[in-house]
Write a protein that binds this ligand. Sequence first.
Ligand code: SF4
Length: 382
Amino acid sequence: MSWGVKSRRKLGPRTTDYGLGTGDKRPRTTDYGLRTLRKRLLSWFDVNCRTLPWRKARPNPYHVWLSEIMLQQTQVETVLPYYRKFLRAFPMVSALAAAPVEEVVRQWSGLGYYSRARNLHRAAQIVAEGRRFPQTKAEWLRLPGIGEYTAGAIASIAFGEKVPVVDGNVIRVLTRAFALKGDPKKNPLKKRLWDLAGRLVPSARPGDFNQALMELGALVCLPKEPKCPICPLRKDCRAYLEGKAARFPTPAPRQPMKKIRLQASLIEKEGRFLLAKRNGARHLQSMWEFPQVSPRRLGLKTKSKGVLPPVKHAIMNRSILLRPFCFAYLQGRPRRGKNYVAYQWIRSEELKNYPTSSLNQKILKGILQEGSRRRGGDRKEA
Ligand code: SF4
């Protein structure tokens, strides 16, 4: 059986339109086929779903919302410790709304894509002011930082609205199960996938069904080596039956990696390092970092102490190579300007108290390694 072939007599030969557009010569996806897929997927999910802190019999909308924002571009294993830490700091949406944005970004530090934290904070203020959570996908879409996928996920999981979700995992499962070719990020396939996901999502347990599709993509229908022999959809998965699972989804054209070279000044004064706060108008707004300009540009007199090994960092399609130059402070007060609006002299262990990017945490690691290397050298000499 293929999804949707209820009866060959009723459907006619395998030349009918697939039901998702014209020109497709595969069988129509009938309600029967979709029902089978739903049933198999939900039964599999009931047994195999991971226990996650935001997955509850009665989901808390704030927890679901937070998890969905954190999970954008980020794996579950990475999110878990940040999710727990964030909820300890802001156990209720009212606490998040009342906190200064700097503190929210600080709790987010290390998770990346900091606009997520700022939008979450702004959205929390709107929700707290209205004294109620949005209930439907349309209402969630009105909040900053919430797009089609996130609104559908929260509305279906936390409020039981029958709306679909299409993320990377869903794209992989559906393009393989139905052997759908084309760029899934662009129309016409993008629209087909949303339509298909909309037809699949049931009135009963829409949130569980959406999570089941995503969970199958995360645990079984893996990008490189799908575990087809244990997949609940294998009997009717077109890509599997045709031995072409690896061909779906059609890969998007690779974006060339952009190489970026940066320098940072590690200026030390009596065991403390100079940390600078970025101007609010720019990328990584209001975050703290080791200044990425020379001490002279900051109006400081210093003495060079050498350079630490370069720090490598990758984000999206950017590959960053940063050279950390070390200086001993001699004289002057750091100048505020178009790059930096405030400064602090901090001990290395205090960096965690500031909202800062993973790149700066990597620089700190280099400082600490250099410190312990020097101490090791001192001991040997002694
Ligand atoms: S059978 Fe294989 S390719 Fe098809 S949905 Fe399952 S894991 Fe993916």
